[in-house]
Ligand binder design. Structure first.
Ligand code: PLP
Length: 345
């Protein structure tokens, strides 16, 4: 059977992705950089991201849910996959053991599950102040912890992109934990944490957003380049007369006769309504502003700067993450992870 054509594309520049990883690996000093690939590699497609990064030499991948590990098993050494949320049930623990992946143990309950499933190499998350997942320092003396075979001893920074005394405090608590528990490698820094310097590097860093073109702190601005670009097909071109309104609730009224394009990209695709009247598509050097409201499945753009564009042509969303976040009010993380399922990956 002939398959239909998708009117959306999410291009991934794997050469820039691997360049970003190599740059973060270099900035990690004596530590190696891993990669956070949770939530389908921040929405970009974990299979293609892991394949590219493993090819570049990355050998530690972090997912959140246990089920996110399964599609990656054939793409990389299972021992290089760590599951941040850890085992929630005995079935989870059995899956992790059978697959040979590393669950991150976040609580004494999870430590007991892992022991009962037969155990093996795992990571350990210690809470150093974010008060999300992880064991407290006082729990580390529990005999259950001494029985674990810990590869990476992790903690996670709450405000790595800010200059705050909390970073130093968290680093000290992580070092305290490292003195209390036997482990092979220490790991603290996310993307922004890498820029806090060698004290934060340990043996393994865990960048996520910066791999994908996000710039969480100014120091990464010159290093990180854009990786992902949403693209949409023009479905219809029309002439709008002066005084005519465009889209729901008529929030845009044409000041003069205009040529506009209707593209197959809407809020159901993660191009949220916060782009209404603010976003733009690109075609070569031309900038094509969004006119009026973004709808569920379509958006209208101004074709004045590229009047040759016609039905069937493609345009690219202006989606450089730091600037896009400032314009839309969405975070750089949300800009990627909300991109919808209608984008083929
Ligand atoms: C998501 C995540 C990361 C990556 O963070 P970025 O800010 O995207 O670099 C690292 N470590 C843990 C525990 C995470 O949950």
């Amino acid at each position: 059977m002939t398959m239909p054509d998708a009117p959306l594309r999410l291009t991934l520049d794997t050469a820039v992705l691997t360049d970003n990883w190599r740059a973060l690996d270099r900035l990690s000093g004596a530590a190696r950089a891993g990669a956070a690939v949770k939530a389908d590699a921040y929405g970009l497609g974990a299979a293609r991201v892991v394949t590219a990064l493993a090819g570049a030499g990355c050998s530690d991948f972090f997912v959140a849910h246990m089920a996110e590990a399964e599609p990656l098993l054939a793409l990389t050494d299972p021992g290089s996959i760590a599951v941040l949320h850890g085992p929630r049930t005995m079935r989870d623990a059995a899956f992790a053991r059978d697959a040979g992946i590393r669950p991150v143990i976040n609580s004494l309950y999870q430590a007991a599950l892992w022991r009962d499933a037969g155990g093996g190499p795992c990571d350990l998350m210690v809470d150093s102040g974010i008060n999300r997942l992880g064991l407290s320092l006082s729990e580390l003396s529990d005999p259950l912890i001494a029985g674990l075979q810990i590869d990476a001893l992790l903690s996670h920074l709450a405000s790595a992109e800010e200059d705050t005394p909390m970073n130093r405090q968290q680093c000290e608590r992580w070092n305290q934990a490292r003195r209390l528990v036997a482990h092979r490698r220490g790991s603290l820094a996310n993307s922004a944490g890498i820029m806090l310097g060698p004290d934060f590097h340990g043996d393994l860093t865990r960048p996520g957003i910066a791999l994908y073109g996000g710039v969480p702190c100014g120091a990464l601005g010159d290093v990180i380049r854009q990786v992902a670009r949403p693209e949409a097909a023009i479905m219809q071109v029309r002439q709008v007369e002066a005084g005519a309104a465009i889209g729901y609730n008529s929030t845009f009224v044409a000041p003069q006769t205009m040529k506009v394009g209707v593209i197959s990209l809407g809020y159901a695709d993660g191009y949220l309504r916060s782009w209404s009247g603010k976003g733009a598509m690109l075609s070569g050097d031309a900038r094509l502003p969004v006119l009026g409201r973004v709808s569920m499945d379509m958006t209208v753009i101004d074709l004045t700067a590229a009047p040759h564009l016609a039905e069937g042509d493609w345009v690219t969303a202006d989606y450089a993450l730091p600037q896009a976040a400032a314009i839309s009010g969405l975070s750089q993380y949300e800009l990627l992870t909300t991109l919808g399922r209608r984008f083929p990956r």
